[in-house]
Design a binder for this molecule. Structure first.
Ligand SMILES: Nc1nc2c(c(=O)[nH]1)N[C@H]1C(S)=C(S)[C@@H](COP(=O)(O)O)O[C@H]1N2
Ligand SMILES: [Mo]
Length: 254
């Protein structure tokens, strides 16, 4: 637990998979943390057994403190330099790359619903006119890999303010054009590094990486970073998500 801000590569040997699946269950039960989150927080490489033991030991003692630290809502995820960007970036979805959805970009609209004043849909041009912020951050997938990328887009907080969202509501949910869905709690939605990304690597988001609009939330694991967002809604009922509903914990991040 030397450097909490140092994310690590999570490299799994085949025979460690089983052990790590068990560890994952224990972390989830004890602290609501996924292994990916633990690796990210601890900066530990979960590859070697001693390290895993050390993480386990540390977690059992540090859990409360870590959990408290996790909930500090303005804690920033680490940012990186341009030359640290992972090239090529890595694609992931619940389907193979050749099944990335075809999206009719000229007719694209972002639908908005739930606890918001203004429910009019948004064109890409309208979205592009809102203030944008860029970031170079690490996307960490629970499956055991991470990659540093550059995204630019509208801070979700700014967007929520524009649509007159009830910022005291509990969740923001996302529905995607590939039937994926996901959600984040309001504290995460208002975090300064949570953006509705329109650009990847200084260009409009390419199909693989979630065109035309994706959530980029570097304080959460990869699966919270909904790609191909078609609709956004604000609600007090936990909307869950594609992976969330299959047992990955909601919190999933720092
Ligand atoms: N619409 C959609 N968004 C998604 C997914 C998906 O299958 N569909 N997979 C998630 C997962 S598990 C990860 S790790 C990241 C991968 O993003 P990338 O392809 O930009 O690396 O997207 C997330 N967002
Ligand atoms: Mo993922």
């Amino acid at each position: 637990m030397s450097d909490k801000n140092k994310p690590s590569k999570i490299i799994l040997e085949p025979d460690q998979r089983k052990q790590l699946v068990n560890l994952e269950r224990r972390f989830l039960l004890r602290g609501g943390l996924t292994l990916g989150a633990v690796a990210m927080l601890s900066g530990c490489n979960l590859q070697d057994g001693d390290e895993v033991d050390r993480v386990l030991w540390a977690m059992s003692h540090w859990n409360d403190r870590v959990q408290a630290w996790l909930f500090r809502k303005d804690k920033l995820a680490q940012t990186y330099r341009e030359d640290q960007i992972t090239r090529p970036f890595r694609f992931n979805a619940f389907y193979p790359e050749y099944n990335v959805p075809d999206i009719d970009i000229p007719n694209y609209r972002l639908e908005v619903s739930g606890k918001v004043d203004k429910k009019a849909p948004w064109t890409l041009e309208q979205l592009q006119r809102l203030p944008q912020a860029g970031q170079i951050t690490r996307l960490i997938c629970i499956e055991g890999w991470s990659a540093i990328g550059q995204w630019r887009g509208i801070p979700l907080k700014t967007f929520l303010q524009h649509i007159g969202a009830d910022l005291t509501a509990k969740y923001v949910g996302f529905k995607c054009d590939d039937r994926y869905y996901s959600s984040i709690d309001m504290a995460t939605a208002l975090h300064p590094q949570t953006i509705l990304a329109l650009e990847f690597d200084h260009k409009p988001l390419p199909p693989d990486f979630g065109y035309p609009l994706r959530l980029r939330v570097p304080t959460k694991l990869g699966f919270k970073n909904a790609k191909h967002i078609a609709a956004l809604f604000v609600t007090d009922q936990n909307p869950g998500g594609y992976w969330e509903d299959q047992g990955y914990n909601d919190f999933s991040g720092i």
